[in-house]
Design a protein around this ligand. Structure first.
Ligand SMILES: CC1=C(CCC(=O)O)c2cc3nc(cc4[nH]c(cc5[nH]c(cc1n2)c(C)c5CCC(=O)O)c(CCC(=O)O)c4C)C(CCC(=O)O)=C3C
Ligand SMILES: [Fe+2]
Length: 375
């Protein structure tokens, strides 16, 4: 048995994710949960519903999260970290509020949250903090004693997150026909968001020019491209592009879209493209539909060979990274000195979101940040 690892003062980890439907009957209520108050056009909703129905109404996201929970529990057990792991979602069962209630009833008082989103943005960070505040408000109204909740820092540049993606891109390159391989470009993709949200992502000092959201993705893309060049000896040109645009057409979102990018690369004579979905922690419907179905069909129509590289998912190196992040945060909470582990040019992200980080259109209470109304 290895020596026990110490997560004090924390007594539980909560994986906080988006949630997804698990059958055809779930699709419409799920989409209603996602889009309540978000101003998504009806047409867009119908279209996205079809993406889910094409896959039997089942999103891959819940099974991906179950696999990640298994990987985390195995990693913690193998390394003597005695920390129970729970799972709650924003938009589908198991719902965050139910999980948090269960945690409180189990006596958990100091909870660390792992968000299933690696980068700064309203959708990937503050909205989860708002969900935590809503859940705490519900428990408070039920007369339960509230736990203290902290959120782990953004892990986009942690080696345990980046390394599996480097390996994934190498595998996709190797899988391309040899005659097009060395000329292949890499299209790093992430979820498009409104340019106004991108520009205000991260702490105030990062605002402007796509904000922390774009800067963090560019840093990861560069890390992967550099590692691929070092390991193959081939310099594959790359670009950060976007996918899964939603919202009203007159509102600007981040561009170019992956499909337009494939067209443009093809017209420029590029012989092949690897699509690397660095914005997604695991295989979501956006990966299965927008990349594996839509963009792949577009490429076939163009006669452009493409491959889609793997997401991190339940990779054991990611589970080990989560353990590292927990121990780092626990030490820092205990007042011990820590050297946070991070690759790239940006350094380790903040532990506590400052006031004004990734602001919402309409301000709402958010937990686990400097502006939290909860202790
Ligand atoms: C940045 C970002 C992430 C990455 C960070 C993270 O991982 O959290 C993400 C993840 C996800 N988004 C998901 C699904 C959806 N997102 C939608 C709508 C939107 N996403 C947005 C942004 C993001 N979304 C935005 C700005 C909107 C517009 C509406 C709004 O401002 O809120 C809609 C409505 C229909 C549509 O318009 O597409 C759906 C169905 C799923 C589940 C997939 C599955 O089932 O496998 C996941 C993991
Ligand atoms: Fe989304």
């Amino acid at each position: 048995m290895p020596d026990a690892l110490d997560a004090t003062p924390y007594d539980a980890l909560l994986l906080l994710s988006f949630g997804g439907p698990e059958g055809p009957d779930d699709v419409v209520p799920f989409l209603e949960n996602v889009t309540r108050g978000r101003g998504i056009p009806k047409e867009r909703l119908k279209e996205v519903g079809q993406h889910y129905f094409l896959f039997g109404g089942v999103s891959p996201i819940n099974d991906q999260n179950r696999a990640l929970l298994d990987a985390l529990r195995k990693d913690f057990a193998d390394h003597g970290l005695d920390l129970p792991v729970y799972w709650g979602n924003r938009n589908w069962a198991p719902y965050l509020t139910d999980t948090l209630r269960e945690m409180v009833r189990d006596g958990r008082r100091r909870i660390l949250v792992l968000a299933a989103s690696a980068y700064a943005s309203y959708s990937g960070c503050r909205q989860y903090r708002e969900n935590l505040a809503d859940a705490l408000a519900t428990l408070e109204a039920e007369g339960l004693g509230l736990p203290k909740i902290d959120k782990l820092r953004h892990y986009f540049n942690h080696p345990g997150f980046v390394e599996p993606m480097i390996e994934g891109v190498l595998r996709s390159l190797a899988d391309l026909p040899e005659e097009v391989r060395s000329g292949a470009h890499i299209a790093f993709t992430t979820h498009s968001i409104p340019t106004s949200s991108a520009d205000t992502s991260g702490p105030a000092e990062d605002h402007g020019d796509g904000g922390a959201y774009v800067r963090q993705h560019l840093d990861v893309a560069r890390l992967i491209a550099d590692a691929v060049r070092e390991r193959t000896g081939v310099d594959h040109p790359w670009q950060l592009v976007y996918q899964s645009r939603s919202g009203a057409p007159h509102i600007p979102w981040l561009e170019p879209d992956i499909c337009d990018h494939l067209e443009e690369r093809h017209a420029a004579g590029v012989p092949a493209v690897v699509m690397a979905p660095i914005g997604f922690v695991s295989d979501h419907m956006e990966v299965l539909y927008d990349l594996d179905t839509e963009a792949t069909a577009k490429a076939a129509e163009l006669g452009l060979p493409v491959r889609r590289s793997a997401t991190v998912g339940a990779d054991p190196r990611f589970a080990a990274a989560v353990r590292d992040l927990i121990l780092e945060r626990a030490r820092s909470e205990r007042g011990e000195r820590v050297t946070p582990c991070a690759l790239g040019a940006l350094g380790a992200s903040h532990d506590l979101c400052p006031v004004g980080c990734c602001p919402a259109r309409a301000p709402r209470p958010a937990a686990a940040g400097a502006d939290s109304p909860y202790a």
